[in-house]
Design a protein around this ligand. Structure first.
Ligand code: KIV
Length: 280
């Protein structure tokens, strides 16, 4: 039995400049295959709502469903660290609701870490969860659960003001006790600044080369989805095992992500963001 990749392994890899590979996964059989390929971390994302159930957004998926599929992935993953994902509405009503439901996810699925899409309002929840002993991973940047507020899926942090807010939130989340952060669809300058400021591993999903680990939706990598975001790497067509294996090699070698996979910040905003002082 291989020893489990843990948050300590992610920290050690990050400190040593080694990149860790994560893919989404939603079932036992696929988890076994991805585990065999050496994928370090499996995210049982609420993207299951789209790629497993055919919904337009991630919003309709329930906590019971997320717990059931996370437990299945856990059973299939001997080595990979498994991250459960809290669905929309399961932690937004109050602190006690959030703590109760995150504890349910951890106890009933046996996952290693729990991800929540976090805004400034969730910093207190992150602190409570850390106090309770939960390895909590705030998901910042593009938050697909906020699609009705954002009016679509767009890269975030592309202006200096937005970028500074994002960095401030990342720092607050790490100070509150987050064990790692996940940054989705932000320019590389922003993730670079977050990496410099937070002192915890940062996993990027379309967030550029500074991140310590990278994640993409498995079905996007396999080109099974109708549309793939620009940050999805190109791998040669083959079996699931071959394609996932190429992804792991690209992440580990630093061949992924390239500039073509990044969201840029307009030049004038980059200059403002680089200037000292916080614009808010
Ligand atoms: O649900 C998910 O798959 C995610 C990733 C896209 C980061 O949150």
């Amino acid at each position: 039995m291989p020893s489990r990749f843990t948050i300590n392994d992610l920290r050690t890899a990050a400190a040593g400049g080694k990149r860790s590979a994560m893919l989404t996964c939603y079932d036992y059989t696929t988890a076994r295959q991805l585990d065999g390929v050496g994928v370090d971390m499996l995210l049982v994302g609420d993207s299951a709502a789209s790629v497993m159930l055919g919904h337009d957004t991630t919003l309709p998926v329930s906590l019971d469903y997320m717990i059931a599929i996370t437990a299945a992935v856990r059973r299939g993953a001997a080595r990979a660290m498994v991250m459960g994902d809290m669905p929309f509405g399961s932690y937004h009503a109050s602190l006690p609701q959030g703590v109760r439901n995150v504890c349910r996810m951890l106890k009933e699925s046996n996952c290693d870490l729990v991800k929540i899409e976090a805004g400034p309002d969730h910093v207190r929840l992150i602190g409570k969860l850390a106090d309770a002993g939960v390895g909590v991973v705030p998901h910042l940047g593009l938050r697909p659960q906020a699609v009705s507020l954002l009016g679509g899926y767009r890269a975030q942090g592309r202006t200096a003001v937005e970028a500074n807010r994002l960095v401030d939130l990342a720092v607050a989340a790490a100070r509150a006790g987050a064990v790692a952060l996940l940054l989705e669809a932000v320019p590389p300058e922003v993730s670079q600044r977050v990496v410099e400021r937070v002192g915890v591993p940062v996993i990027g999903c379309g967030a550029g080369p500074a991140c310590h680990g990278h994640v993409v939706v498995l079905q996007d990598l396999l080109r099974q989805t109708p549309f793939q975001p620009r940050f999805v790497p190109t791998v040669t067509n083959g079996s699931l095992i071959e394609m996932a294996g190429q992804y792991v090699s690209q992440v580990r070698s630093g061949a992924y992500p390239l500039k073509a996979h990044c969201y840029d910040m307009p030049e004038e905003q980059r200059i403002l963001f680089a200037a000292p002082g916080t614009l808010v």
